[in-house]
Design a protein around this ligand. Structure first.
Ligand code: GDP
Ligand code: IMO
Ligand code: MG
Length: 427
């Protein structure tokens, strides 16, 4: 078999949860490779409806080993809550494995995320306040604590004291807030360690073994390409890479092993949090999409900003990810619109451009140039075959394929597993 990476291609919430749930049935190993519990992946399957933040969506596949990779930051309390919730619903977590190299989200990360957002006031990034930015910052600053360290209580105690002493200087002197108790934190993290110990392992050996047996491996992304710290709308980004390339680094697999890269796109655009979004609609159509599709954040409940499909951004996303296929989700949401717009270029300072600018100030000045197409004004949610889609819907899909420069492999016409049209083999 082979290795596939499934990633978000826009600003997150593209429907990765649904797509991974569908494809994980074909995988022996599933690895979540980036982000943390800022992610919210919705799955509706025979077990019920779930919103997973940290456990790989592959957990519903009865055969698959599910790894939380080294590229993920883990809030242990959230992870334990999620494991308990899954078990309560009859979903086994006995095949869950946590990389001993994955970093932990600590209480000071949550505090510092919120304090920094408040300090930025009107210029806030609109983070999920899950401590993700501070946790990844500590990883590269070599101040992080890794899951494997929970297994050595003595060493953990010493390191935790060293780090908390430093964090308390920042909390009290910079933010003028109360210090945290290292002893309380130590006891709390020892309890987490006892609970999570059976799951914590060196995971690259599991992957190497799976590769040598020719097993199918699915690398499960979080967030979306336009939130990437390098290629996204910096500084309005997240703090780990949601790109396909990170699939290798965040799991511990060499790039030569990747066979397919599936980019998940919504049939329109949404964004939650601050930062430029050239096709955002501030009108009735935007509201209609939001209400019809219930576009509210899975993690924070915030209203998502909605707009037309941005093919300039989509083509850029293809360039930095190298998709071999596209999963187009939420096409059914557009059923009620008499006409649809696709942004095919931007107008920037009087010039027409077809490249996604690296500067957010430039992107904020970009005006979308639209191409208009007829809608189909028919319910497509029951359709399971591509050639049964209304001709206008096929035309819309085919135009997106041209603009993204990548074939569409999957079309989703509803949130449930079976509401999917497999146009061509994904993997
Ligand atoms: P993720 O973060 O990429 O996994 O996406 P979210 O779960 O945050 O948001 C996607 C939402 O779209 C969820 O509520 C899904 O149940 C829903 N969804 C996924 N695919 C479809 C689809 O084709 N049609 C409709 N109507 N909803 C979908
Ligand atoms: P999934 O995996 C949508 C956004 C936040 C904010 C920015 C930085 O469900 O697609 P962070 O908390 O990461 O420091 O916030 O990134 N963001 C997401 N938006 N979907 C997500 O995940 C997101 N994860 C983070 O809203 O704008
Ligand atoms: Mg989401």
């Amino acid at each position: 078999m082979s290795v596939i990476v499934v990633v978000g291609a826009q600003w997150g919430d593209e429907g990765k949860g649904k797509v991974v749930d569908l494809l994980a049935e074909r995988a022996q190993v599933v690895v979540r490779f980036s982000g943390g519990d800022n992610a919210g992946h919705t799955v509706i399957n025979p077990y019920g409806e779930f919103k997973l933040h940290i456990v790989p969506v592959g957990i519903f596949s009865p055969e698959a080993t599910c790894i939380i990779g080294n590229g993920v930051v883990i809030n242990p309390s959230k992870l334990i809550e999620e494991i308990d919730q899954l078990n309560k619903c009859g979903v086994s977590t006995s095949r869950l494995v946590i990389s001993d190299r994955a970093h932990l989200v600590m209480p000071y990360h949550l505090l510092l995320d919120a304090l920094e957002e408040e300090r930025r006031a009107g210029g806030a990034l609109g983070t999920t306040r899950r401590g993700i930015g501070p946790a990844f910052a500590d990883k590269v600053a070599r101040l992080g604590i890794r899951a494997g360290e929970l297994l050595d209580k003595e060493a953990l105690k010493e390191r935790l004291h060293f780090i908390v002493d430093y964090k308390n200087i920042i909390l009290t002197k910079v933010y003028r807030t109360s210090p945290l108790s290292p002893d309380e934190m130590y006891s709390q993290y020892c309890r987490y360690g006892e609970r999570l110990a059976p799951y914590i392992k060196e995971t690259t050996v599991i992957l190497a073994e799976a590769l040598s047996c020719g097993q199918a491996i699915l690398l499960e992304g979080a967030q979306g390409a336009l939130l990437d710290p390098d290629f996204g709308t910096y500084p309005y980004t997240t703090s780990s890479s949601p790109l396909a390339g990170e699939g290798c680094l965040g799991a511990g697999i060499g790039p030569t092993r990747i066979d397919s890269v599936l980019g998940v796109f919504k049939a329109y655009c949404t964004r939650v949090g601050s930062g430029p979004m050239p096709t955002e609609l501030h009108d009735e159509t935007g509201n209609l999409i939001r209400e019809r599709a219930h576009e509210y954040g899975t993690t924070t409940g915030r209203a998502r900003r909605c707009g037309w499909f941005d093919a300039v951004a989509a083509h850029f996303s293809q360039r930095v990810n190298g998709f071999t296929g596209v999963a187009l989700t939420r096409l059914d949401v557009l059923d009620v619109l008499p006409s649809l717009k696709i942004c095919v270029a931007y107008k920037l300072d009087g010039k027409t451009i077809d490249n996604f600018p690296s500067s957010v100030t430039a992107l904020e000045r970009c005006q979308p140039v639209y191409e208009e197409m007829d809608g189909w004004l028919t319910d497509i949610s029951h359709i399971r075959k591509y050639d049964q889609l209304p001709p206008q819907a096929r035309k819309y899909i085919e135009r997106l394929e041209e603009l993204i420069s990548c074939p569409v492999s999957l079309v989703c016409v509803g949130p449930e597993r079976e509401q999917t049209i497999e146009v061509r083999p994904v993997w």
